[in-house]
Design a protein around this ligand. Structure first.
Ligand SMILES: NC(=O)c1ccc[n+]([C@@H]2O[C@H](COP(=O)([O-])OP(=O)(O)OC[C@H]3O[C@@H](n4cnc5c(N)ncnc54)[C@H](OP(=O)(O)O)[C@@H]3O)[C@@H](O)[C@H]2O)c1
Length: 295
């Protein structure tokens, strides 16, 4: 296997981790790797290793086609543009079109579970990106990533400080998965891709509701954590009162609505099957990050 692999979003956390796993665990030669970023200057260490680094900005369609030239497989890492104005979908469509124009054989993409029905506000961006990829007629690999364990850094420190964790997720469960486990699995799939197109649902090994997560956190930190169940409207009101910027509130509330609906509860073995390693449990994640989580 000597195909050339292109990773976008190379200076982001997931993109960089995929690159590191390709080089370290998958023994992919740096000569087979091209990586793209809006900030190629941040990747001089990869240049020193022999990796080709190119400027790749999904808002710059002409530059993108040039960037993808010579790549066989392109991993499109979804962007973080959540302005609600269609920016992210436009960026992804630009990337898909440039990959097709650049003559790549296979497009890989980081999506989310159940993109066709998920209540996550930006699920349609992922669904329509998947559809754009399928419409190219090229081979594809779709990695539908569940919530990172690291997302808990956004809610748990505040919750632990007050002892109360506000949610409208009810008893809906989430199969949190370590970002690095996803990266290791994606790297394995890119290094040894299946002959046909494939869709993976990238999850942790168990799905837990807020109460179970709170009990884990309390047992590890020794600090009590009460789950306070609210309606979506109450949660939104609480966020507004706490000073959360209003434009982002519907997106954040949609995460809880999606959890309540079970949209993040699927558990598969795809991550471990691909990576060949044991995924990090949520308990281990909490133990390892006790201080950062406010414990
Ligand atoms: N499953 C989850 O729980 C979860 C959580 C957070 C985010 N996500 C999604 O997964 C992606 C990767 O996660 P992460 O942890 O690596 O996030 P991150 O560190 O915030 O990275 C953001 C990524 O977006 C890329 N990007 C932004 N604007 C771009 C543009 N105009 N053109 C090309 N690339 C652009 C960045 O690439 P450069 O800076 O190198 O250009 C970077 O790779 C995120 O962007 C987001 O779509 C998933």
């Amino acid at each position: 296997m000597s195909d050339t692999i292109f990773i976008t979003g190379a200076s982001g956390k997931l993109g960089r981790a995929v690159i590191d796993h390709l080089l370290a665990d998958q023994n992919v030669s740096p000569a087979r790797l091209i990586v793209g970023s809006r900030s190629p200057d941040k990747l001089s260490d990869l240049v020193e290793k022999g990796v080709t680094v190119r400027k790749a900005d999904f808002d710059d369609t002409d530059g993108l086609s040039e960037a993808f030239a010579g790549a066989d497989t392109v991993l499109i890492v979804s962007t973080d543009a959540l302005d609600g104005a269609g920016t992210r979908l436009r960026q992804h469509r630009n990337a898909v079109a440039a990959a097709k124009a650049g003559g790549v054989k296979r497009i890989a993409y980081t999506s989310l579970p159940r993109p066709d029905s998920s209540k996550v506000s930006f699920a349609p961006d992922h669904l329509q990106t998947e559809e754009a990829i399928k419409a190219t007629g090229l081979l594809y690999l779709l990695f539908r990533n569940c919530w990172y364990q690291e997302n808990l850094f956004m809610s748990l420190p505040t919750a632990l400080a007050s002892g109360q964790w506000y949610t409208s997720a009810g008893d809906g469960k989430t199969s949190f998965v370590a970002r690095d486990d996803i990266a290791a699995a994606i790297a394995a799939a890119l290094a040894n891709p299946p002959a046909a197109s494939k869709t993976y649902t990238m999850t942790g090994t168990e799905a837990l509701d807020h109460k179970a997560v709170a009990e884990l956190v309390a047992s590890v930190t020794g600090k009590p954590l009460e789950v306070v169940n609210l309606t979506d409207e109450q949660l939104a009101g609480g966020m507004k009162a706490a000073g959360v910027p209003e434009p982002i509130i519907p997106t954040l509330v949609s995460f809880d609505a999606a959890t309540r609906a079970g949209d993040l509860s699927d558990v598969t073995t795809d991550v471990e099957d691909l990576s060949g390693r044991t995924s990090k449990s949520l308990k281990t994640f909490i133990e390892q990050n006790k201080a950062a989580l406010g414990g």
